[in-house]
Every structure is written in C-alpha cells, then in structure tokens.
Design a protein around this ligand. Structure first.
Ligand code: 3HC
Length: 288
C-alpha cells in the first residue's frame, strides 16, 4: 500500500482516547468511522465533536470550512463491520484488557480489507500480543497517542518483530499527516517510553500517599511547582482514568506474577468505588 492509498480510517473505541483520535483524523482530511459497543459512548463522542469543533472556530484556531469538512468526514456506528469493512487503516483504542484486544484483532482481521494496517493505541501492551490473533502480523503495530489526543503532540510507534518496515513507515507518515511528532521504537518493551517513565513517577507518588506521608493534592502541588509539570500525577491519573491504572497494573501482575506489579491500595480503593477520575466526575478530585 502507498501512503496516498490511506483514505479511510476506522477508530475502534469512542472512549477517553478514541473520540479525540477520530476527530484528529477527520481534521487531517480522512474519512473516519468511529465504532464502539456502547451507543452511549458513541453519542457522547459525537456530541463532543459537535461542540468542540465549532468552539475552535470561535477561538480562532480553525476556520468554519475546516470544521465543516471535519464534521462531514466523521461517522459513528456501533457496527464493527460497517466501520472496519472499508478501512485502509484501523486504530484500536478499546479497553486495556488483552483478551478483549485479541478477540477484536481476530474480528478486525476477518472484517477489514486485506491491505489494511491494524494498529493498537494500547498504553502498555505490545502489538506482538495481538498480532498472532491475525493472519497479517506484518500489518500490526503500536500507534500510541497521549491524552488529550487533540492536544498532545507525541505518538509512539512501535515496530514489533512481526511488523514490516512498510507498516512502520506508513504509520510514521500518518502521524506526520495528523500533525503529530512521532518516535519509532524498533524493539518492543512493555509501556514503551513515556508510560514507563510516568508509571515510575506515579508509583512513587502512590507509595507516598499509601504511607500517609502526603495527600494526592499536596503531591500534585509539589510536582507542578517544583518540577514544572503541567499536572501532578494524581490529576493526570484522573485525566487518563484510574480504571486504566488499575487494569494495566493487573495485566502486568498477571503476566509477571510479581506482587510489586499489583495496583497500589489507593488505586484498588478508587477503582472499586467507581471513582475513576474525570470520566466518572470523581477520582482524586471532584469535577462538575
Ligand atoms: N480535549 C481537547 N482539548 C483540550 C482538552 C481536552 N480534554 N483540555 C484542554 N484542551 C486544550 C484547550 O482547548 C486549549 O487549547 P488552545 O490553547 O489551542 O485553545 C489547550 O488545551 C490548553 O487548555 P487549558 O488552557 O484549558 O488548560 P491547560 O493549559 O491547563 O492545559 C492540558 C490542559 C493540555 C491537559 C495540560 O494540563 C497538560 O498538558 N497536561 C498534561 C497532559 C499529559 O501529561 N498527558 C499525557 C498523559 S499520559 C497518557 O496519555 C498515556 C496514555 O497511555 C493514557
């Protein structure tokens, strides 16, 4: 496939990441279909696009013409067949559970045209863990965006041992077309670059709270004011989702068997109370 042949993109998952990745691709001129098993998530994603894009015109960041084109490029459907059946490129941004991702990749392999690349936006899981659920491992890679995907510039592209050079290159080219700055990892490693660094910081921050040394709010004040981070680790976990912190730690623990990889007591408490951060209006902070 040549880069110019990529015209239609399917985004699987309309959640925290998927809805913004879909808007980002539509703004870059692609025909985008976003799909999710939850009609409620699709409705929210569509409502977001319809309010966010016109707001960008009022802010002087986009023209009315760009917004009209982006909205015309965007579709939402609960049907995976409809969304992936005509896609040249698929970005999977579903829940961070390996069994679900493997099933999805097997379905996508059956549904998507044979030339289509299937990328995963997983935060931690390397694509070799899903590539063997398909008959096109050479067309599988990681394409990892950051939250909020419309704002954060970086995308990590990971070329697994099964990923062809062509797939890695086309994905890097796609990132550039989306206005992103991409880094290419030529070897797979759990958590890639940024989430490994971030999780070391978050683990230490959680340890300090679990030990009763400081509150999440105090730690956020310390990190923003001493290190210049735009958000402290707890506000950031609220943004990315405490459910994501829980699921990724559980996946890691199940793979390693190392008790050190278990989610911290505070994450378990928040997860079981359903206080998952901004998306549930309560996490370490409360939101209107
Ligand atoms: N969606 C879309 N755009 C948003 C947004 C959102 N949720 N939140 C803020 N923005 C936009 C605003 O529209 C504004 O755009 P403009 O300047 O072009 O008008 C710009 O971001 C700045 O917004 P605000 O002035 O309202 O707020 P802040 O200056 O506080 O910025 C922030 C908000 C961009 C989220 C900033 O706090 C930040 O950069 N935080 C750190 C985010 C981060 O670390 N992300 C990586 C997380 S790790 C990850 O994603 C891993 C993955 O695997 C989960």
């Amino acid at each position: 496939m040549n880069f110019e042949d990529i015209k239609t993109i399917c985004v699987v998952g309309a959640g925290n990441m998927g809805h913004q990745i879909a808007v980002c691709c539509a703004l870059a001129g692609y025909q985008v279909t976003c799909t999710d098993i939850s009609q409620d998530m699709l409705n929210k994603a569509e409502a977001f696009a319809k309010s966010y894009l016109p707001e960008r015109v009022s802010k002087g960041k986009l023209t009315q013409d760009q917004v009209d084109k982006a909205l015309a490029n965007l579709r939402f459907t609960p049907s995976l067949e409809e969304a992936a059946g005509v896609a040249d490129y698929v970005i999977e941004a579903a829940v961070e559970k390996i069994a679900i991702k493997r099933k999805l990749f097997a379905d996508l392999d059956r549904i998507a045209p044979s030339h289509a690349i299937l990328a995963t936006n997983s935060s931690y899981i390397v694509s070799s863990q899903v590539a063997d659920a398909t008959k096109r491992p050479d067309k599988i890679c990681n394409m990892h965006f950051f939250n909020p995907a419309l704002v954060m510039k970086l995308v990590e592209v990971v070329q697994g041992p099964h990923t062809s050079l062509e797939t890695a290159q086309l994905t890097m080219d796609l990132c550039a077309k989306l206005g992103k700055i991409a880094v290419l990892l030529k070897k797979e490693i759990y958590g890639f670059l940024v989430n490994r660094i971030l999780s070391a910081l978050a683990q230490e921050a959680l340890y300090l709270v679990d030990m009763g040394i400081a509150t999440p709010q105090e730690i956020d004040i310390a990190v923003t004011n001493a290190l210049g981070h735009p958000m402290g680790p707890f506000r950031l976990m609220d943004l990315t989702g405490i459910d994501l912190s829980y699921y990724s730690a559980m996946e890691r623990y199940q793979a390693s068997g190392n008790p050190k990889d278990k989610p911290s007591p505070l994450v378990v408490e928040k997860f079981s109370k359903g206080e998952w951060g901004k998306k549930t209006k309560k996490g370490y902070y409360t939101y209107d």
